[in-house]
Design a protein around this ligand. Structure first.
Ligand SMILES: [Zn+2]
Ligand SMILES: [Zn+2]
Length: 341
């Protein structure tokens, strides 16, 4: 079977490997589509794992199951999460699934951009979803990214009517815009520097956009809100500088959500009293767990998030390198998918 293996950011090779053999508790999935994630194109993040078969947003059809598998059967259409928790440890009991040791070490084999994927028993039991018949495989590739947004917003105290600033309008920023409107945000203000992306955000329900190339972020928000700023600020781009700008945009009593890591070694300097006397919270959100993927699947089933809206590019596996470059360029694109024959 064909796989896409990354050796370095500019060196992605299509390699053949044998189709994996599922054990008695595992399943084998024939991949139909797999998304390229914004996280996949942070070179420092992905290259430390290299060489690896990339892709962690797959959807496909169960091709075979081990003799002890009862949760799905051959022919089922599924979303598979690349990490799954044990559900029993102290982290899992508090629903801090991504801190679970099993979550961190579990993985699909060999990765998402492969013609077949072996789904080990823990992933199969604890975060594989049989998708509705009406949901396309392309839609199902959005379950994992949408689940990351579900989780982040779950960690906030966003109330209906709040003003929310979303910084960065790649696919994750767009999913924030879509879910915030769904969850009852009063006013969603979106910021980016690419005209195509700002137009898309308005199309998806953002109430206003800030072009950070022409207006500073803070000044733009001040102008749009009459100085009131935002109860919630979602920081998408990875970097400590924009995190600092995000903090500056929060209204007293509000929250800033760091949705992405900073670059390695970066430090964030904050004046603690700026936070303290304004009761401003900093919240982080890394990846997602099974409760989030379930909610995301429902939101996709309800068409709140869809491939129609978000998928702009589709490639066969042979052109995975091109899909990567387009995602990394962050220009006139949102989601790129690898689709399988
Ligand atoms: Zn992802
Ligand atoms: Zn656990």
């Amino acid at each position: 079977m064909k796989t896409a293996r990354l050796y370095s950011f500019d060196d992605i090779r299509i390699e053949d490997m044998p189709v994996p053999e599922p054990g008695p508790h595992d399943a084998l999935v024939r991949t139909r589509a797999c998304g390229i994630c914004s996280g996949d194109v942070m070179p420092w993040y992905i290259e430390k794992k290299a060489p690896l078969v990339i892709g962690h947003e797959p959807a496909g059809i169960v091709a075979a199951t081990g003799e002890n598998v009862t949760s799905c059967k051959k022919g089922d259409r599924v979303f598979v999460h690349h990490h799954a928790p044990c559900t029993a440890c102290r982290y899992c009991r508090r629903r801090d699934f991504v801190q679970c040791d099993t979550w961190k070490t579990s993985r699909i084999i060999p990765g998402g951009i492969a013609e077949y994927i072996l789904v080990p028993s823990v992933n199969l039991q604890n975060d594989t979803i049989i998708i509705p018949d009406t949901m396309s495989f392309e839609d199902a590739t959005l379950i994992e990214p949408a689940a990351c947004v579900v989780k982040g917003l779950r960690r906030t105290r966003m109330k209906s009517g709040d003003t929310v600033l979303v910084i960065g309008l790649g696919v994750m920023g767009m999913i924030h815009v879509l879910l915030l409107k769904r969850y009852g945000a009063g006013r969603v203000i979106a910021a980016d520097r690419v005209p195509y992306r700002m137009d898309k955000a308005l199309e998806f329900g953002a109430d206003a956009v800030i072009d950070v190339k022409t207006t500073g972020l803070r000044q733009g928000l001040r102008d749009l809100t009459g100085g009131e700023m935002a109860e919630l600020v979602v920081v998408g781009p990875n970097g400590a500088e924009v995190m600092g700008q995000g903090i500056e945009c929060v209204r007293p009593g509000g929250q800033v959500l760091f949705f992405t890591p900073a670059k390695p070694g970066e430090q964030l300097t904050v004046d603690p009293n700026h936070l303290y006397f304004r009761d401003i919270d900093i919240i982080t959100s890394y990846s997602c767990g099974p409760n989030d993927t379930t909610d995301a699947c429902d939101l996709i089933d309800q068409k709140v998030v869809s491939a129609d809206k978000l998928v702009t590019h589709r490639f066969p596996i042979e052109r995975t390198g091109e899909a990567f470059r387009i995602t990394a360029q962050a220009g006139e694109s949102l989601k790129s998918l690898i689709v399988f024959e």
